[in-house]
Write a protein that binds this ligand. Structure first.
Ligand code: PEP
Ligand code: MN
Length: 291
């Protein structure tokens, strides 16, 4: 018997099938989105507004994302809002604006798809499809994005166990789409001081159990702007392959999640710190200035 059991997956009581099991498929999955590659040595940062609001907001915020060193731009056109009376996103107009800003900045786009009927539509504009926390258990949607040849960013359900999260990923993989990036975005606990409890222990566990890239969302994970830099740094230190963060050129007037969105200046500062942390653990984070 191999005594070095700490290097083996902890499959005790887990029914996670072979496809994401690093024992049966030891090589890491690399997921390319435009020029960015998740799962390699480089730490990849996704940044952008929670929602696309208008062309000025998207333009200014995208420029800040690029200037800071983000390699992928985020922005919701279809927003899953808890209240039906709140801003729901610009829909197709938002998708068109995302495509235009992608051409202008050269940054690939990740945006959420919420409905099986809109997968082809969103895939026509986006470089990466996001399945949000609320839809992680939407098996019809998981199968549908599994049939599309676009990478998928799968966010952990707010009440999902690691096993349920990995099995949700399997729904996508089983359709033939192997370009899946997992995202820890916080879970619901008894704690109320933060929006969610960011489960950073999910990072080493997911990497231990699967060969998919794992990124962290410290914005939804905390819901509090001032906590985002700390948790972003901790996520990289814990071995995350990247981050997805909300930034906004004017967070105080954002239509969605302004309270957790970084100001551009905070983002620039954080990126420099993240580069140092990545370097300290033998990884790279390439900033535009090369600094
Ligand atoms: C988002 O990233 O836009 C979002 C709604 O996040 P989550 O699905 O994690 O709540
Ligand atoms: Mn948001």
């Amino acid at each position: 018997m191999d005594t070095n059991s700490c290097t083996k997956p902890l499959n005790v009581n887990f029914s996670v099938p072979a496809r994401v099991d690093p024992e049966s498929k030891p090589e890491k999955t690399l997921v390319k989105v435009g020029e960015a590659e998740f799962g390699g040595n480089e730490v990849v940062i996704i940044a952008g507004p929670c929602a696309v609001e208008n062309s000025e907001q998207l333009h200014e915020t995208a420029m800040a994302a690029k200037k800071g060193g983000a390699k992928v731009l985020r922005g919701g056109a279809f927003k899953p809002r808890t209240s039906p009376y709140k801003f729901q996103g610009l829909g197709v107009d938002g998708l068109k604006m995302l495509r235009e800003i992608s051409i202008e900045t050269g940054l690939p786009i990740v945006t959420e798809v919420m409905d099986t009927r809109q997968v082809d539509l969103v895939a026509g504009y986006a470089d990466m499809l996001q399945v949000g926390s609320r839809n992680m258990h939407n098996y019809a949607l998981l199968k549908e994005v599994g049939m599309v040849r676009k990478p998928v960013l799968l966010k952990r359900g707010m009440m999902a166990t690691i096993e349920e999260f990995l099995l949700a990923a399997e729904y996508i993989l089983n359709q033939g789409n192997t370009d899946v990036v997992l995202c820890e975005r916080g879970i619901r606990t008894f704690e109320t001081s933060t929006r969610n409890t960011l489960d950073l222990s999910a990072v080493p566990m997911l990497k231990h159990l699967s060969n998919l890239p794992v990124i962290v969302d410290p914005s939804h994970g905390t819901g509090v702007r001032w906590m985002v830099p700390s948790m972003a740094k901790a996520a990289i230190a814990a071995g995350a392959d990247g981050l997805i963060m909300e930034i906004h050129y004017k967070p105080d007037v954002a239509l969605c999640d302004g309270q957790q969105s970084l100001y551009p200046a905070d983002f620039y500062c954080l990126m420099k710190d993240l580069k140092k942390i990545a370097g300290a653990i033998g990884r790279t984070l390439i900033l535009p200035s090369g600094k």
